[in-house]
Design a protein around this ligand. Structure first.
Ligand code: AMP
Ligand code: MG
Length: 521
């Protein structure tokens, strides 16, 4: 197995001089060298061939002992020196101080096809940033990360990727719902891949300590290597950087809202500087379209990170990043201007995204009202988001409102919920929708094809992930493999897998892992 490695991050940024691996505050350093803990009996469960190819590896490489040893943390790849990064963050709206890679260890950067990747093991043992935790990860959360990161990629949502999923052969103690019932679970290690793992919180850490030298070093490094299109100098450079991060973050959120993804823990330490989805924890997929829903039981009370709040929270997080970058800019006005533009830009992008979902190519002013009334209707009774939008593409221009409504009826969880008023509202809505699609120039089948490129047929429903976890826990990985393959083509019909184009079964409604998840992982 041959990787073309480089180590820009660790050669250009300051290292923590202390190399003891004990939890502590680390100052004036961008990283601490740390060696992964040797797993007792590592084994490969699954690898993503596309990610392997992207970093220059083949199917044969995946099956090699080198691959197993390198991506389980058993050996250190020649010429590399693994490290963990400090960062800070606002958790659930509160300043949390130093956090950092508590169970993530960066292995190296890899260059392939003129692209640079950073490879990072998650769950490979403690680091100076582990605080009171153990540095490990369990099988269930690692499966959730591996499957979802790749599913998101194939959906076209910006995300970190996942190269491999391994068992460590060690046992890890976890209290799933924090109710005083700790139990041993199988330990696992995921190797995730991204341009870098620099977060909003990486900048917040230096800013909070008024360490402006290192704040500048990190920002200059980030721009030089990851935003090479920015050719400006001084304040203009930092503003252009903030502008780009705002834009890519906004873009990511529009995608989340399009596919019904709820991150669950949008703390500033979980926001990638690249505007890609990172840190798959207690995330979930909207089944019932409900803007107030969050899968994260830890957030049950305030539901800060609920589906409908994600755009606002991203903006709130961008404010924290703006504060962190302020010492490099020393002028609040242009930063505020960028932040203020976010809201109007978001509305515009959201509107266009919803137009796509509804099959509108022409932009009409009345679309805003039509979309608003639709989302209000979707909230009235339990309605499956994925099924609704996918089936909507089957509506024809010639359909009467009743026929059109029947096309999406499968999306309702309980038809008995549809009282007279709601039925009337739906009827009215479909009358307007019919007029609207008749204003479009595309034929029915062209519109359907178009809609089917933005409305997925298959998403990683929470219960699907849980079923594959239950099997994997018993050593059976066939469902995991099956889901991985289906989710590679989420917009294709795949008639053989039609059974996964179905509403959440009743047993999964209130089951741990399906509708209720915690940060315990
Ligand atoms: P998050 O849930 O992603 O916001 O994580 C918050 C912080 O807790 C991060 O610094 C993580 O690295 C750290 N963390 C989470 N789980 C563990 C663990 N098992 N061992 C060490 N650190 C952890
Ligand atoms: Mg995190």
């Amino acid at each position: 197995m041959k990787l073309q490695t480089q180590n820009n991050f660790t050669t250009e940024l300051p290292a923590d001089p202390n190399q003891t691996n004990v939890p502590r505050q680390v100052h004036q350093s961008a990283f601490s060298f740390v060696v992964p803990k040797k797993p007792t009996n590592p084994s490969l469960i699954h690898a993503s061939i596309d990610v392997a190819n992207a970093i220059g590896l083949s199917q044969d490489d995946i099956l090699s002992t080198d691959f197993l040893n390198t991506f389980s943390g058993s050996i250190i790849y020649p010429g590399t020196k693994p490290y963990a990064m400090p960062y800070a963050g606002h958790q659930f709206g509160n300043w949390a101080g130093q956090l950092g890679d508590g169970r993530a260890i960066n292995l190296t950067e890899v260059v392939n096809d003129n692209k640079t990747y950073t490879l990072q093991l998650k769950g490979a043992g403690p680091t100076p940033y582990s605080r009171t935790a153990d540095g490990f990860a369990v099988l269930r959360s690692s499966i959730r990360e591996h499957l979802c990161a790749e599913a998101m990629h194939y959906l076209g949502v910006p995300t970190t990727r996942s190269l491999s999923l391994m068992l460590s052969g060690d046992q890890v103690l976890r209290d799933v719902l924090y109710k005083g019932n700790p139990a041993y679970e199988k330990g696992a290690i995921v190797c995730r891949v991204a341009p870098s793992f620099i977060r909003f919180g990486s900048f917040e850490l230096f800013a909070s300590r008024e360490d402006h030298d290192n704040l500048k070093l990190l920002t200059d490094f980030t721009i030089k290597h990851h935003f090479p299109q920015i050719q400006k100098e001084g304040v203009e450079k930092y503003l252009a950087f903030f502008q780009e991060v705002t834009q890519t973050t906004l873009n990511m959120i529009v995608h989340w809202q399009r596919v019904g993804f709820v991150h669950g823990v949008m703390n500033t330490d979980n926001m990638s500087i690249h505007g890609i989805t990172i840190d798959y924890g207690p995330y979930g997929w909207l089944e019932d379209y409900n803007s107030g829903w969050t899968p994260n039981t830890t957030d049950n009370q305030h539901k800060r990170y609920r589906f409908g709040n994600q755009p606002e929270i991203a903006l709130w997080n961008l404010y924290q990043l703006a504060n962190a970058l302020y010492p490099l800019i020393n002028d609040a006005k242009p930063l505020e201007a960028i932040l203020e533009a976010y809201s109007t830009d978001y509305e515009k992008e959201y509107l266009n995204m919803m137009r796509d979902k509804l099959g509108f190519q022409i932009k009409k002013n009345q679309d805003v009202v039509l979309i608003q009334s639709l989302t209000q209707l979707l909230e009235k009774v339990e309605t499956d988001m994925t099924i609704f939008f996918r089936n909507l593409s089957n509506v024809s221009k010639a359909d009467a409102a009743t026929t059109a409504f029947n096309t999406i009826k499968d999306a309702f969880y309980n038809e008995k919920d549809l009282d007279k008023t709601i039925l009337k509202d739906w009827h009215d809505w479909f009358e307007k929708y019919s007029i609207r699609i008749n204003e479009e120039t595309l034929s029915d089948s062209e519109r359907k094809n178009q809609m089917n490129t933005v409305n997925p047929k298959y998403v990683l429903r929470n219960y699907m992930a849980q079923l594959s976890i239950d099997d994997a826990d018993k050593g059976n990985y066939s469902l995991l493999n099956e889901l991985f393959e289906i989710l590679k083509n989420p917009y294709e019909e795949q008639p053989n897998f039609q059974k996964w184009f179905a509403k959440r079964p009743d047993w999964a409604r209130d089951k741990v892992g399906c509708s209720m998840l915690s940060c315990s992982s």
